[in-house]
Ligand binder design. Structure first.
Ligand code: GLN
Length: 552
């Protein structure tokens, strides 16, 4: 049962993908929350994969992990960062998951002999899930992936059409996000793609009430009028989403354009004016970081693809905000580092800290190990996340414990010293989808460790997504040589965090802290890492006499 009061905002996209539909949906959630309303977010993805867990970051960007261990679309990361909604596997589903459920029901005979069809069986399944997740909140924001006009998204849009009829006009609003391109040759903004996109939506039985236009400059009133005229919406409901210098400005911008006012009026919600002071503070800090700037080398595999490290990138920004610093992130391709001829000083000597993120497969691993060795030996602040921590353990085993041939069995199944090996629960599993250690698990930090100081507690819970772990047979040797295993699972069987006493900042974690960092509440591991980068930037050797960042 949905609460009587639950209102629905359906967000569709038009013209092209990547115009910020997810951020528009997340900002809508932020604005509703700033008005004191309880919100949740749902993302419906039209592809056939059951979840994005098996998809390459090249195809799909980051796989975001929720507390309950769902591997989800990266838009859920935006939703959790922009609102206080706690999302679960129910908040993101794909065509694949819907068909999977419907086919299972059909096999169990639950359709009582009926011919199973897209309408009503697939659409009923979609509607039931949307209603279930929306129960108990004031506003549910439902984003439909892809672009209107795609074959794949038709069942989702049909379900939206039906839901709008069932729930009534005071309980649902359709928001269409489109692009208004600037045509340089004509020196004009063009509304035609928007007109066509809304026509497509109309042909599917959905009249949008609000059109959000992504545009790279001011959208003049006469163009707003034109769009309103051709799309049957009121001119106040044509909202310009002009480019923002930082994504946390979007809720403020959309509020100024009247988005939340339009929504609450149409949904007949009585609420206060939104309190956007936190967002304003964040944007001011980002515009003018009081204490200057630090630079971080992010040594990874998907360096050409920012989306692959979305949450990580945002968490670094949050860590900067918490320290009043701007953080410049340089992506360093780990494969570039692995050549024998690489001048490591040249590649890494100009940064205030080195971060090695999570990843899969064997490409570029040796380059990561070289970067970690550089950080350890040169006292450069280092933060290793998941694969990054595993590589730090291998580096330490090889070069401090002198275990030649230390490796991860992920890269080298015949490793002489398999210091990183398969978790017992993972052995023999053949399926690739949803078979890792996924989601939130508790972790105990050792008293007096840097980790415990950073967190301000010894009991934490963090989200995981990994198959391999530190091999317990090597724990004694690693510890004897000086690696502190500062975080363990409550049963002491899994190494969750490592650190290096005596080094200014050398921290590795098996989990992904980037999934829990927020703009107004940076994750402590990112806050402390950026602070360490700031400290190091004051003392690090410089190759030239270039002036240092202006730091207090
Ligand atoms: N590939 C490693 C594992 O599966 C690390 C995973 C990650 O970095 N997310 O354990």
């Amino acid at each position: 049962m949905i609460s009587q009061r639950t209102k629905f905002v359906f967000v569709t996209g038009g013209v092209v993908s990547s115009i910020g539909k997810g951020l528009a949906a997340a900002s809508t959630g932020a604005l509703m929350e700033a008005r004191g309303l309880r919100v949740t977010h749902i993302k419906l993805d039209p592809y056939i994969n059951v979840d994005p867990g098996t998809m390459s970051p090249y195809q799909h960007g980051e796989v975001y992990v929720t507390d309950d261990g769902a591997e989800t679309d990266l838009d859920l990361g935006h939703y959790e960062r922009f609102t206080s909604a706690r999302l679960t596997r129910a908040n993101n589903f794909t065509t694949g998951r819907i068909y999977d459920a419907v086919i299972s029901k059909e096999r169990r005979g639950e359709y009582l002999g009926a011919t199973v069809q897209v309408i009503p069986h697939i659409t009923d399944e979609i509607k039931a899930r949307v209603r279930e997740v929306a129960a108990g909140v004031d506003v549910a924001i439902v984003e439909i992936g892809g672009t209107v006009g795609d074959i794949e998204s038709l069942p989702f849009l049909e379900a939206v059409r039906q839901l709008r009829t069932e729930l009534g006009p005071q309980n649902t609003v359709s928001v269409h996000v489109t692009l208004v391109p600037w045509i340089a040759a004509a020196g004009e903004l063009k509304t035609k793609p928007t007109q066509h996109s809304v026509k497509e939506l109309l042909a599917l039985g959905i009249q949008p009430e609000i059109v959000i236009c992504r545009v790279d400059r001011e959208l003049p009133l006469d163009l707003k009028r034109k769009i309103a005229h051709f799309t049957n919406v009121s001119v106040e409901a044509v909202i310009a989403a002009t480019d923002v210098s930082c994504i946390y400005e979007l809720p403020i911008k959309l509020h100024k354009e009247g988005l939340d006012q339009q929504l609450v009026e149409r949904l007949n919600i009585w609420s206060r004016q939104p309190d956007l002071s936190q967002w304003k503070r964040t944007v001011e800090k980002m515009r003018e970081p009081a204490k200057g700037s630090v630079s971080i080398a992010l040594v990874g595999k998907y360096v050409h693809l920012r989306d692959a490290y979305k949450s990580l990138h945002e968490s670094i920004v949050h860590g900067g905000l918490a320290n009043d610093l701007n953080v410049v992130v340089h992506y360093v391709d780990s494969e570039e580092l692995q050549k024998d001829t690489t001048d490591m000083d040249k590649m890494l000597g100009d940064y205030d800290a080195i971060l090695v993120p999570g990843g899969f497969g064997d490409r570029g691993l040796e380059g990561k190990i070289k970067a970690i060795r550089y950080a350890r030996e040169h006292n450069v602040p280092f933060f290793g996340i998941c694969l990054g921590m595993q590589m730090a353990v291998i580096e330490f085993a090889r070069h401090v414990c002198n275990l030649e041939g230390a490796d991860s069995v992920e890269a080298n199944p015949q490793a002489k010293h398999p210091v990183i090996h398969l978790m017992p629960g993972q052995r023999g599993i053949q399926d690739k989808g949803a078979t890792m250690r996924l989601g939130a698990y508790p972790c105990q930090l050792s008293e007096g460790s840097l980790a415990a100081r950073v967190y301000g507690t010894t009991s934490i819970s963090e989200r995981h997504r990994h198959r391999f772990e530190v091999n317990n047979e090597y724990r004694g040797e690693l510890e004897k040589a000086g690696l502190r295993l500062s975080g363990l699972s409550p049963d002491q069987l899994l190494v969750e965090m490592v650190e290096l006493p005596g080094h200014p900042y050398f921290v590795g974690c098996q989990f992904h802290p980037e999934f829990k960092s927020k703009p107004h509440a940076a994750h402590p591991l990112f806050t402390s890492f950026i602070r360490a980068a700031q400290d190091y930037s004051r003392i690090r050797p410089r190759k030239d006499d270039a002036p240092r960042a202006t730091l207090n």
